[in-house]
Design a protein around this ligand. Structure first.
Ligand SMILES: [Zn+2]
Ligand SMILES: [Zn+2]
Length: 158
């Protein structure tokens, strides 16, 4: 299992602490998500709190790398492979299988783009997760049956 950060250190996901979600004693975990071409983005290369992570490819100029995101919604931990993500940078987020940039749903209030992780293979914008492509922007939305659940927490990013 690869859990090396960009300095080659071993890092471990923190246990889930208080977040809006955990105060409710329930957490929302993404168990399936897809690119717009139906490729699954769930990967066992990084596991967070016992759940398989969401793996995406990031691109910026000539640089590319893989990033695994926590599938626990609102819990913003991540593991990067072969790439150094610096605060405030904006990266293009792509599917690791087809290499296509993930669909951009809308502009984030920070100036980044909200990219889409679809919750089913039909690539239906009524059921998807939107995440900002600017590093350390905490904006994330989940759309489920067209209802928007909003979370803008302050969880620590590893
Ligand atoms: Zn794909
Ligand atoms: Zn943003």
């Amino acid at each position: 299992m690869n859990r090396f950060d960009d300095k080659g250190m071993m890092i471990y996901p923190n246990p889930i602490k208080k977040s809006g979600i955990c105060r409710n004693k329930t957490i929302l975990v993404v168990r399936e998500c897809y690119c717009q071409n139906g490729h699954s983005l769930i990967s066992n290369q990084a596991v967070f709190n016992g759940f398989k992570g969401i793996q995406v490819m990031v691109r910026r100029g000539n640089e590319t790398g893989l990033v695994a995101l926590s599938p626990v919604y609102g819990y913003k931990s991540r593991v990067t492979l072969n790439v150094l993500l610096e605060k405030e940078q904006i990266w293009e987020v792509c599917c690791p299988q087809c290499g296509e940039p993930l669909a951009v749903f809308s502009r984030c209030s920070c100036g980044g783009d909200l990219f889409t992780l679809f919750l089913n293979r039909e690539a239906d914008f009524a059921n998807c997760i939107l995440l900002c492509n600017r590093i350390d922007c905490f904006n994330a939305e989940i759309k489920f049956h067209n209802e928007i659940l909003h979370y803008s927490g302050m969880e620590t990013v590893i």
